[in-house]
Design a protein around this ligand. Structure first.
Ligand code: SF4
Ligand code: ZN
Length: 307
């Protein structure tokens, strides 16, 4: 019978094919918590006194980030605030918001729920009714970043933590390679470089944890999470790349790690050559940092006023 490599107990819940380790539930939970905290230290993502805003969707990744970072809050190393963006996706987002609130309340963490409707004037569903051929994720991403950046400043947050995992990050790397988006590649990393005043640094504490292990962790710890998929995710290019990576990982269990490691090694060279160091402006409409006179979020909002 297989036994846990750490404590010898017979109930194995995971066979970590990439490292050959077999672990029981208790040892797996401990292993993951320690790994995430070690990654945070090694990459200097957080320093004592930081106030971290967790972008809490209620999905498994952000819920896990909240709970692990809460151990640093309990040790009074950092302060935490959780923010859930309600994009206004009917039949989907309501449960996520409820589960996010449940997690924040259980830990006694301040939680703000902010909707597209109140900040942007329309729900994502309403935006999509008379959208041109842009897909929902474009609007969703632009407005979400815009709102999070403003709330981070209001809250005095020094970092924004997101739930991006190893699968998400390797998908982004591969997608941008395949599409030849070299400029986008220069922006992929464990933390954003806040080159411009007004942008809060974003960190990804789960960047080296595969999605499958996050799913196992939330099951093993019995955390309430929102498991439904967004109705707009559809059959996107990202979804296809995700399926390809999962499939190829079955025969090559370390492939996502090697993709990430290889990318991190060549990134400084790509950055040196391709980084766009254009100057940043202030949006004339909203005062947020912007590449042009009007930021992306405001250019969408203004276009509706002219309809
Ligand atoms: Fe937004 Fe849904 Fe796209 Fe995610 S999948 S970015 S929630 S529209
Ligand atoms: Zn603006």
């Amino acid at each position: 019978m297989d036994t846990c490599d750490k404590c010898g107990k017979p109930q194995i819940i995971i066979n970590r094919k990439q490292s050959g380790q077999m672990l029981c539930q208790d040892c797996f939970i401990k292993f993951i918590q320690e790994k995430v905290l070690k990654d945070i230290r090694r990459q200097k993502l957080i320093k004592k006194g930081d106030k971290v805003l967790v972008a809490l969707s209620g999905g498994k990744d952000s819920v896990m980030v909240l709970h692990i970072l809460n151990s640093l809050r309990n040790r009074r190393i950092i302060d935490l605030v959780a923010v859930t963006i309600d994009e206004g996706i009917s039949g989907y987002r309501e449960d996520g918001v409820r589960i996010a609130a449940q997690n924040a309340e259980a830990l006694g963490i301040k939680h703000r729920i902010i909707s597209f409707k109140e900040c942007v004037g329309r729900t994502l569903d309403e935006i999509m009714v008379d959208s041109d051929d842009r897909n929902a994720c474009t609007y969703c991403g632009v407005f979400r970043r815009w709102i999070l950046n403003q709330v981070a400043r209001e809250e005095g947050a020094t970092k924004i933590a997101t739930g991006h995992n190893l699968d998400d990050e390797t998908q982004s790397i591969l997608m941008n390679y395949l599409e030849g988006n070299i400029h986008n590649l220069t922006r992929i990393g464990v933390q954003s470089e806040s080159m411009y005043e007004g942008f809060t640094v974003k960190i990804k504490p789960l960047r080296e944890i595969p999605e499958k292990e996050i799913a196992t962790y939330v099951l093993a710890t019995d955390l309430p999470v929102h498991l439904a998929g967004c109705p707009y995710a559809g059959d996107s290019f990202r979804a296809k790349i995700g399926t390809f990576l999962k499939e190829i990982s079955k025969e090559h269990p370390t492939i996502m790690y090697s993709t990430l490691r290889g990318f991190d090694k060549i990134k400084p060279v790509i950055k040196e050559k391709f980084s766009q160091k254009g100057s940043m402006d202030i949006c004339q409409e909203c005062g947020e940092p912007s590449a042009g006179k009007i930021c992306k979020a405001c250019s969408f909002r203004l276009s509706w006023n002219h309809e």
